[in-house]
Design a binder for this molecule. Structure first.
Ligand SMILES: C[S@@+](CC[C@H](N)C(=O)[O-])C[C@H]1O[C@@H](n2cnc3c(N)ncnc32)[C@H](O)[C@@H]1O
Length: 295
């Protein structure tokens, strides 16, 4: 895990952004507006743990794609929604001192401001592309599924590419494989699958598109890219899946309770079963799609 620490965890905050305007008496008026804040906020201490296990599960896949694209000395790379430091560090090693790596995030607290890459707070939906038309590679993993305006985010990333530059987007397709336990042999596995459905419900309420992964090849072509190709994979069981699950459930526990989607007894029993390593937990498939900006 990164040695950097996030800003102090404020815990779940009252939602002041959803539910319509507030009048002078503090009562809401008008129809509620959807709440599209990022659910797995980097300000939470569990976020760093999640980045460690996401790296363990998926960095090998991602680095394989970098190798196939030929990422190497002198390349200019933009890592979008970087989260933790592992991919910016891998890119910085690959491009060497003649290259450049920019790592951005709406909350870059887990990135190393003194690392071998540049760190910038940047919203891929709301902010213009940094250094437009200059990058050999733009990469985003498990980011677009969470953002409200995915087409705009894609357009921003494409605008940052030099002609001939590569965009690699990787996102989960949770609807394709929605289970936490593929082998639903007993009550612990059924509970795990029920809680996974509850977490997916929370994500949907925050505007996540749980079928986004499968749309990536089409979305990349629609964004004007050529030579578009895609592949998918998911891990089945193992310590990294267990630790990621525990961190995620602890992170959204208060939201699950507040939404009435789970209770304390159920969550505690699930976390104990995860700790016991008896569930063979799995994840949604990660779909990776890549294409080039026309030269
Ligand atoms: C699930 S994490 C994935 C982190 C990392 N890419 C990985 O695969 O391990 C999603 C990341 O996207 C960031 N993010 C969410 N919305 C964003 C936005 N609009 N602009 C930039 N980053 C965003 C979050 O802060 C978080 O770090």
């Amino acid at each position: 895990m990164s040695s950097s620490q996030p800003v102090v965890d404020p815990g779940p905050q009252p939602d002041t952004t959803a539910g319509g305007p507030v009048n002078a008496a503090g009562a809401r008026s008008g129809p509620p507006s959807p709440d599209h804040r990022y659910l797995l906020d980097n300000a939470r201490v569990e976020a760093g743990e999640r980045f460690t296990w996401l790296a363990e599960l998926f960095d090998g896949v991602t680095r394989g794609h970098f190798d196939r694209m030929g990422v190497g000395a002198g390349w200019r790379c933009w890592e979008v929604g970087a989260g933790g430091p592992s991919i910016p560090e891998a890119l910085a090693r690959a491009v060497g001192p003649t290259g450049h790596v920019l790592a951005t995030d709406i909350n870059p607290a887990w990135l190393d401001p003194h690392g071998a890459y540049e760190v910038l707070r940047h919203d891929v939906v709301g902010d213009p592309p940094p250094q437009p038309g200059t990058f050999d590679l733009v990469h985003a993993r498990l980011v677009l599924v969470h953002v409200p305006d995915r087409a705009r985010a894609l357009a921003t990333m494409v605008a940052a590419l030099r002609p001939g530059g590569w965009l690699l987007v990787e996102d989960a397709d949770t609807e394709l494989q929605p289970l936490a336990c593929l082998d639903e042999v007993g009550p612990a596995q059924r509970r795990a699958n029920r809680l996974r459905r509850a977490v997916r419900e929370l994500m949907t309420r925050r505007g996540a598109d749980l079928r986004f992964g499968r749309t990536l090849p089409r979305a990349l072509r629609a964004a004007g890219l050529v030579d578009v190709t895609a592949a998918g994979c998911f891990p089945v069981g193992g310590v990294a899946c267990d630790r990621l699950e525990a961190a995620t459930v602890r992170m959204v526990r208060a939201e699950l309770l507040a939404a009435g989607l789970a209770d304390d007894v159920e969550i505690d029993a699930h976390l104990a079963a995860v700790d016991a390593g008896e569930l063979d937990l799995t994840l949604a498939p990660l779909i990776s799609a890549w294409g080039r900006r026309p030269g």
